[in-house]
Design a binder for this molecule. Structure first.
Ligand code: AP5
Ligand code: MG
Length: 214
């Protein structure tokens, strides 16, 4: 059976970047609530009687999308996956509790990155609209500006990567998700990785942490 891997870290810590490496190396599925929600930003959730009627309204403000919406996405995705790296979930203690009811984890990784580094990573990020590959204008630029190296698609900036929304996402992370990191740390399950090296340096540590824990 392929491993069940959870990757935790603040916005911009490199969860998506390292998840791509994990998928290539370990043959697992990338289950990411952020991407799933971005593909369904306009989904009608008005029947839930929540503050807003679509996920996109929460996302563009940097707020969390409500648990009932996200829990359902994760449950379905994990049921269909033969091994996974879960990225972007759980983001609060209620989600962590729900996750423990629906699956078992083999490895819990935490990418440790300082807050001032995060903002620079988020505001410089560019994503391929065709294949989803991630770049950074300064730290990992494509060969030709605005064009994906992998597939030739156009690169765009995520709507929540403005400096203002990035800072709000980091604040929401500190308030809601930092306790989730402590929760796994207290259980003694946390593999802490220094996320501030180059992407290749971080990947070497991530791979080693998975191989020694899975
Ligand atoms: P989501 O898409 O999950 O965003 P996030 O957690 O804020 O994380 P990011 O994707 O921004 O960062 P990342 O760690 O993947 O960094 P990346 O590898 O791209 O969520 C978005 C929104 O959806 C939320 O705000 C919320 O509204 C909603 N949502 C999602 N899940 C939810 C949930 N469970 N509950 C409720 N709401 C939910 O790297 C960033 C940049 O840095 C890139 O440009 C990259 O090239 C560069 N980089 C990466 N590694 C390095 C390195 N080592 N050195 C230099 N640069 C690097
Ligand atoms: Mg991501």
């Amino acid at each position: 059976m392929n491993p069940h891997i959870l990757i935790l870290g603040a916005p911009g810590a490199g969860k998506g970047t390292q998840s791509d490496n994990i998928v290539s190396e370990f043959g697992v599925e990338h289950v990411t609530t952020g991407d799933a929600l971005r593909s369904n930003k306009g989904m009608d959730i008005s029947h839930l009687g929540l503050e807003y009627d679509t996920p996109g309204e929460y996302m563009d403000k940097g707020e969390l999308v409500p648990d009932p919406v996200v829990n359902e996405i994760v449950k379905t995705a994990l049921e269909e996956a033969d091994g996974y790296v879960l990225d972007g979930y759980p983001r609060n203690l209620d989600q962590a509790e729900y996750l423990s009811e629906i699956t078992d984890l083999d490895v819990v990784l935490y990418l440790d990155v300082d807050e001032d580094v995060l903002v620079a990573r988020l505001t410089g990020r560019r994503v391929c609209e065709e294949c989803g590959a991630t770049y950074h204008v300064e730290f990992s630029p494509p060969e030709e500006e605005g064009v994906c190296d992998e597939c030739g698609g156009d690169l765009y900036q995520r709507e929540d990567d403005s400096e203002e929304t990035a800072r709000e996402r980091i604040r929401v992370y500190e308030e809601n998700t930092a306790p989730v990191v402590e929760f796994y740390d207290d259980e003694g399950d946390l593999a802490r990785v220094d996320g501030e090296g180059t992407p290749d340096e971080v990947w070497a540590d991530v791979r080693e942490a998975i191989e020694s824990n899975a």
